[in-house]
Design a protein around this ligand. Structure first.
Ligand code: NCD
Length: 315
């Protein structure tokens, strides 16, 4: 594929392919020297107009492990502060001979717009509340690995919290549904999107009610930076009803797993330390983030490249 901008664009076959190659990248990451020459000569730039810790660092680590050159664009020290437009910024970087842009921006649709201004590949690392496809690949891989499943048919996934502002929720609903899981969104009505009836999901307003019948409990951060109105009358009340407490966690089945994309708001949606949960996958999500992003970079930049050849290669 040339770009990775949304799960819908990727489709089921593409998602399955990337999950398979994530497993192969994970094998490379278990080696004493986790590095292969697969993307030697390619340059990847991370163009982040919004804050990030894990997504940005895992992309940069992934590019380095595949021997690509990396460039980092930092808005706060760039000519954006002198009024340079997004288009001029992209065209300038593109002129330097870049093969892929990893883009994060507060506005939905920016990755599609940028792909009209450069011949490089575009990977969406989060556009507004719209899509975050690599997070969904990480999460589907992490669930498959933890539960030892390939198909997720009938798996009950509950995504809890601020769905309205969450690109993670949008990408994960699409990805989990493509793999056959049943998704329930658990949120107060004010934190659900307006067109929720068109989504392939069930909706619940009580977290307590869904706990016993959940296989994957996916907690979301309350995205106050995207809220322009008082959508929650009282943070304490929200937190009481939709936060994960120790008592509430006991309502989960023993086999259920707990996930969160990070960063966590401790004391808001997470009252319990993930270390105290028997089945938290939160650290695995971060670790798998590098393998999944290696799979994506390899797919867009070594198009036609033979994944199996990586098994014999080392630097
Ligand atoms: C998410 C994001 O930026 O959309 N974080 C991430 O990429 N791991 C979720 C969030 O910010 O709450």
């Amino acid at each position: 594929m040339k770009h990775l901008r949304s799960i819908g664009e990727l489709g089921k076959e593409g998602l399955e392919r990337l999950l398979e190659s994530t497993a192969q990248m994970a094998e490379i990451n278990r080696r004493p020297i986790p590095k292969v020459p697969a993307l030697r000569g390619k340059t990847v730039v991370s163009l982040f107009f919004e804050d990030s810790t894990r997504t940005r660092l895992s992309f940069e680590t992934a590019a380095k492990r595949l021997s690509a050159e990396t460039m980092t664009f930092s808005v706060s020290t760039s000519s954006v502060n002198k009024g340079e437009s997004l288009r001029d910024t992209v065209e300038t970087i593109s002129d330097m001979g870049v093969h892929a842009f990893v883009v994060r921006h507060k506005s939905a649709g920016v990755p599609w717009q940028i792909s009209q201004w450069t011949s490089a590949s575009i990977i969406n690392a989060g556009d507004g509340a719209h899509q975050h496809p690599t997070q969904a690949i990480v999460d589907c891989y992490t669930v498959r690995e933890a539960l030892g499943l390939t198909a997720l048919n009938g798996l009950r996934v509950s995504i809890v919290g601020d769905i309205k502002h969450s690109r993670v929720a949008r990408s994960n609903v699409a990805a989990f549904t493509l793999l056959g899981a049943h998704v329930t969104l658990v949120a107060p009505p004010t934190l659900l999107p307006a067109n929720i009836e068109t989504w392939p999901v069930k909706v619940a307003h009580s977290l307590d009610d869904v706990m016993p019948s959940t296989d994957v409990l996916y907690m979301l951060r309350l995205q106050s930076e995207r809220m322009d109105q008082g959508l929650i009358p009282h943070l304490g009340e929200y937190s009481n009803r939709f936060g994960l407490t120790e008592t509430r966690a006991q309502k989960l089945q023993d086999s259920a797993v707990v996930m969160h994309p990070g960063p966590m708001n401790r004391g808001v949606e997470m009252h319990i330390d993930p270390a105290d949960l028997p089945n938290s996958l939160i650290h695995k999500q971060v670790a798998n983030g590098v393998s999944a992003r290696m799979a994506v970079l390899f797919d867009v930049l070594a198009r036609g490249g033979e994944l199996n050849s990586l098994q014999e290669e080392s630097v």
